[in-house]
Design a protein around this ligand. Structure first.
Ligand SMILES: [Zn+2]
Length: 409
């Protein structure tokens, strides 16, 4: 069977070559769309941030891409130390909460039942191309909700949705809008929400979701419209405000029943559900919040993204192979790790940037690497000097204790 396959491969070679060349060309331009332009000033501070994380011994390069690091920096007003603390907390949480496993394996079988008693979901894009998320929290039936699922399971589901938004919905929206999209426009319908609805489990659920979103998915909210805010909600809002950071608060607009024109400013009526004053009914699904319609479910975009993920996996495989062969061939294993980690990051960063300035950036990174080496050498020398000084102190102390013993006698 194997020879048969390779024979087939040989026959189709010129064709596959042309195809893969086209695929590479296309994937380069799609990568540029996905990645968006980098602000040189932001790039500089992101590079600094990444260096800082390395010095801390953090090597989880998969989360070190430009946009992720920039989100954490922005959330902390570009204070490197504060951003670092926040980011380290985030990495720790990812491990403890098993986020990667949840994103891959968690199945929320009860989702259709949950949607019935807690209407929410993604629905299309706003005029800019950002995904729109809608939640009708006033319609939540908490008793039924707690019968069909548990808060623990719902939080897992929430995290898996956040991961899906970051890794699937935003890239899909970027491809559809042909520009980098990385934030959500949200609508929270608080009709009939007041203190009476805010029971203990509801409060707990709200606080946990709020904690996860603000601590671990910072700067993914573009704008939040709270609509149908009555007097009961406004009392509650005063208490909730206290828990929100000023950056998030600045993105929230609290509106009464006269919200329609504000929503239509940012969302086309064809995409706005009929219950919010638009024209969309999603009749084939029974309700707009059951359709999950949007570029992320567009078959063509899905195919493009799947193709990109595949090449990314292949690249990652090659990267790992080249790294391990380098490790084994290098004579001095002590000097290898930092250098190869830098290589991984620079290659990874280039793959993410995906532009034609690779060679130039390689040079810049090489210079940085070279600049980093003397610092390391310097640190090593200082450590050796300290070791010698310690040895000296030790022998002096030993001499002293001997003297003391002698004097005692
Ligand atoms: Zn709809």
């Amino acid at each position: 069977m194997g020879s048969n396959l390779s024979f087939k491969k040989m026959l189709s070679y010129p064709f596959t070559f042309r195809q893969s060349f086209k695929r590479i060309q296309r994937s380069q331009s799609t990568k540029m769309v996905l990645e968006g332009p980098h602000n040189p000033k932001d790039q500089q501070i992101v590079d600094k941030f990444r260096e800082l994380l390395f010095v801390e011994g953090q090597l989880q390069v998969k989360h070190f891409d430009y946009h992720t690091l920039l989100r954490f920096l922005r959330m902390r007003d570009f204070d490197l130390m504060k951003a670092k603390d926040m980011f380290l907390q985030y990495l720790k949480w990812r491990e403890e909460f098993h986020v990667d496993a949840i994103a891959k394996e968690f199945k929320f079988e009860e989702y259709p039942e949950v949607k019935k008693c807690y209407p929410h979901g993604f629905h299309g894009v706003d005029r800019y191309g950002r995904p729109v998320y809608i939640e009708r929290i006033g319609m939540i039936d908490l008793d039924t909700f707690l019968q069909v699922t548990s808060i623990e399971r719902f939080l897992k589901h929430h995290v898996s949705e956040q991961e899906k938004t970051l890794n699937w919905r935003y890239p899909a929206c970027s491809l559809a809008a042909k520009k980098h999209i990385a934030s959500t426009t949200s609508i929270l319908d608080v009709k009939d929400v007041g203190l009476s609805k805010f029971s203990k489990p509801a409060r707990y659920l709200f606080m946990e979701i709020q904690k996860i979103d603000s601590s671990y998915y910072p700067e993914t909210l573009h704008q939040l419209f709270i609509i149908n805010a009555g007097s009961a909600f406004r009392v509650l809002w005063k208490a909730i405000r206290a828990f929100l950071d000023p950056r998030t608060l600045a993105k929230i607009r609290v509106l009464g029943t006269d919200y329609k024109s504000s929503l239509l400013e940012v969302i086309d009526p064809s995409t706005l559900p009929i219950f919010l004053g638009g024209n969309c009914t999603c009749a084939e699904y029974g309700c707009c919040l059951l359709s999950d319609k949007g570029p992320w479910n567009d078959p063509q975009i899905k195919q493009m993204l799947q193709g990109m993920l595949q090449t990314e996996d292949e690249n990652e495989g090659e990267l790992m192979n080249s790294q391990s062969s380098q490790d084994s061939s290098d004579g001095d294993p002590e000097n290898v790790p930092i250098k190869s980690v830098w290589d991984v990051v620079s290659l990874r960063d280039e793959a993410l940037r995906g532009n034609s300035e690779t060679k130039y950036n390689d040079q810049v990174l090489l210079h940085k690497l070279q600049a980093f080496e003397p610092v390391l050498e310097d640190a090593k020398v200082k450590i050796r000097m300290l070791e010698v000084a310690l040895e000296d102190t030790k022998s002096v102390l030993q001499g002293l204790s001997q003297r003391i013993e002698e004097l005692k006698r």
